[in-house]
Ligand binder design. Structure first.
Ligand code: PLP
Length: 399
C-alpha cells in the first residue's frame, strides 16, 4: 500500500478528529535514532515519540520480543495469569523500590489509577481526605480527571464541569505547598522534572519538602514519572536521583519502547486500599505490551543506558550552553537532567522546530518557547553534534 503524500493529508483532514496540528511529514520507518519519511528523507529523531522510543527505532531486541510474543499470545483477559505480566511487575517493583504494580495502557490511565488509589486510601483514613494538590505548568494527561490534575487551564477550558477536589500550587514553591496541604489532602501529585510545562527541574530540597509535608499530614506523595522515568534522567526513576521515595509512582511513555503501556506502583500499605473489583483494564498488562517492556528493561541494563543518559545529557547541555553563548539574545536558558533537556528561547520556538525539520532534525517546542530534547537513551556523541550543527545553522538564520 502506497498513498500519495497529498492523499494522506487529505484523508487525515477528512476523517481524523481535528485535535492535532501535524507537521507535513508522513513517516514510514525508523532505524536507531533516525526515522524516514515516505519520500525516503532521513531525520534524526531527538523527540523519540515524545520520550517514548527510548531504544530508538527498530531495536532488534524489542522487535524480536514483540514478534515472538505476537506469535504466541497477544492478549488474554486479566482473569488469567501470564508469564510476561508477572515477570514485568516483579522487575518494575524491584527497579522502583515499591511493592505493588498495576499495568495500564497509557500515562493518563496510570495517573487515573494512581489518583483513584490515593482517594480510596485517603477515605480509609477517615474524614474528608480527598483533595489532590498538583503543580502549575504540570501535565498529567487528557482524561477528565487527569486534565483537571494538569495545572494548565488551556487543557481544561471547554470541559467543565471538572471533577472536584483539586488544588494547584506553583512548582518549586515550598511556601505554596505549606499553604495548600492540609488534613484534607489525600495526595500531592507532581512530576519530579516537569516535561510539557517547559522542562523545569526541581530546586534543591523541593521534592524532599513535598515528602515531608505529605508525611506531616498523612497525605500520599504521587510522582508522575511518565516522562522523567525509565532512566531518562540517569536513574530508573528521576526521584531516585533526588533521594526521594514516593508512595505511588506512575510510568508510561518509554516503558515498552513504543508499544502502548502505562503502570502505577505503590507501597504495600497504600496498595492494600484496593480490593478485587476496585480497578481494572481490558488491555492493561496484556502479554504483548509486557513482553515489549521486559525487552526494553533488559536492554536498558545490558547497554548501560542510564549511564549513557547522564553522559550524553551532559554533553548535549554543554553543547547547548555553547549555542547560548553564541546567541545570548535568542537562548535564555538551558536546563534539564540527563536526556530530558530544554532550551528556553526569548521568542516562540515553532519556527525553529520547522526549520530544524527541513534540515532533517526532529525536536519540538513546548510551553511556547522551550525547545525540548528527549532523544532515545542510546544516542551517541555524533548524534548530538548533528543536532547542534543544524540548530546552530537555524539560529544563525533566525536571529
Ligand atoms: N504525565 C506526563 C508527565 C506526561 O508527560 C504525559 C504525556 O505527555 C502524560 C502524563 C500523559 O500520558 P499519555 O499521553 O500516555 O496519556
Amino acid at each position: 500500500m502506497k498513498l500519495d503524500k497529498m492523499k494522506v493529508f487529505e484523508q487525515d483532514y477528512k476523517y481524523f478528529m481535528p485535535v492535532f496540528s501535524r507537521y507535513p511529514l508522513v513517516l514510514s520507518h525508523g532505524q536507531g535514532p533516525y526515522v524516514f519519511d515516505t519520500d525516503g528523507k532521513k531525520y534524526l529523531d531527538f523527540l523519540a515519540g515524545i520520550a517514548v522510543n527510548v531504544l530508538g527505532h527498530a531495536h532488534p531486541a524489542l522487535v524480536k520480543a514483540v514478534c515472538e510474543q505476537a506469535g504466541k499470545l497477544i492478549h488474554c483477559s486479566n482473569l488469567y495469569y501470564t508469564e510476561p505480566q508477572v515477570l514485568l511487575i516483579e522487575k518494575i517493583a524491584k527497579l522502583s523500590n515499591l511493592d505493588k504494580v498495576f499495568i495500564a495502557n497509557s500515562g493518563a490511565e496510570a495517573n487515573e489509577g494512581a489518583m483513584k488509589l490515593a482517594r480510596k486510601y485517603g477515605k480509609m483514613q477517615g474524614g474528608d481526605k480527598v483533595e489532590i494538590v498538583t503543580a502549575e505548568h504540570s501535565f498529567h494527561g487528557r482524561t477528565l480527571a487527569t486534565l483537571t490534575a494538569t495545572g494548565q487551564p488551556k487543557y481544561q477550558e471547554g470541559y467543565e464541569p471538572l471533577p472536584g477536589g483539586f488544588r494547584y500550587v506553583p512548582f518549586n514553591d515550598k511556601k505554596a505547598l505549606t499553604d495548600a496541604v492540609s488534613a484534607r489532602t489525600c495526595a500531592v501529585m507532581i512530576e519530579p522534572v516537569q516535561g510539557e510545562g517547559g522542562i523545569h527541574v526541581p530546586i534543591d530540597g523541593y521534592l524532599q519538602y513535598a515528602r515531608e509535608i505529605c508525611d506531616k499530614y498523612g497525605a500520599l506523595l504521587i510522582l508522575d514519572e511518565i516522562q522523567s522515568g525509565m532512566g531518562r534522567t540517569g536513574t530508573f526513576l528521576a526521584c531516585q536521583g533526588y533521594g526521594v521515595k514516593a508512595d505511588i509512582v506512575t510510568l508510561a511513555k518509554g516503558l515498552a519502547g513504543g508499544v502502548p503501556i502505562g503502570a502505577f506502583m505503590a507501597t504495600e500499605k497504600v496498595a492494600a486500599a484496593f480490593a478485587p473489583g476496585d480497578h481494572g483494564s481490558t488491555f492493561g498488562g496484556n502479554p504483548l505490551a509486557c513482553a515489549a517492556a521486559l525487552a526494553v528493561l533488559e536492554v536498558l541494563e545490558k547497554e548501560n543506558l542510564l549511564m549513557n543518559a547522564v553522559t550524553m545529557g551532559e554533553y548535549l547541555m554543554n553543547q547547548l550552553a555553547g549555542l547560548k553563548k553564541k546567541y545570548p539574545v535568542l537562548i535564555r536558558e538551558v536546563r534539564g537532567k540527563g536526556l530530558m533537556v530544554g532550551a528556553e528561547l526569548s521568542k516562540p520556538g515553532r519556527e525553529v522546530v520547522d526549520r530544524c525539520l527541513k534540515q532533517g532534525v526532529i525536536i519540538n517546542c513546548t510551553a511556547g518557547n522551550v525547545l525540548r530534547f528527549v532523544p532515545p537513551l542510546n544516542i551517541e556523541r555524533n548524534h548530538v553534534d548533528e543536532v547542534i550543527a543544524v540548530l546552530d545553522d537555524v539560529l544563525a538564520q533566525w536571529q
